[in-house]
Design a protein around this ligand. Structure first.
Ligand code: SF4
Length: 71
C-alpha cells in the first residue's frame, strides 16, 4: 500500500504562459511566480493555481504560430 501523496498542482493557464517563472527553493519545493506581476498590479506575484482566467496570459506557443494542415 502506498501513501496518497498529492502531485504538483495543475498550473492552468500559467502552464504555457511566457510570464511564468519557476522559483526552486533549496529544500526542493518549486513555486510558480508571475513575471508580469512586476508591471501589472492586477496580477499576484504568486498566483493561486490553477489559474483559469488571466488578463495577461500570453501563450509561449500561440496556436496561430503553426499554420495547420498539410500543404
Ligand atoms: S500572466 Fe497570468 S497566466 Fe501568465 S504567469 Fe502570470 S498569472 Fe499565470
Amino acid at each position: 500500500m502506498t501513501a496518497d501523496v498529492p502531485g504538483p498542482p495543475d498550473p492552468g493557464l500559467c502552464a504555457d504562459c511566457a510570464h511564468a517563472l519557476l522559483n526552486r527553493t533549496r529544500r526542493g519545493p518549486v513555486y510558480l511566480r508571475c513575471g508580469a506581476a512586476r508591471t501589472d498590479d492586477r496580477l499576484p506575484r504568486y498566483p493561486r493555481l490553477p489559474v483559469v482566467v488571466c488578463p495577461a496570459h500570453q501563450p509561449v506557443d500561440p496556436p496561430d504560430s503553426h499554420p495547420g494542415g498539410a500543404g
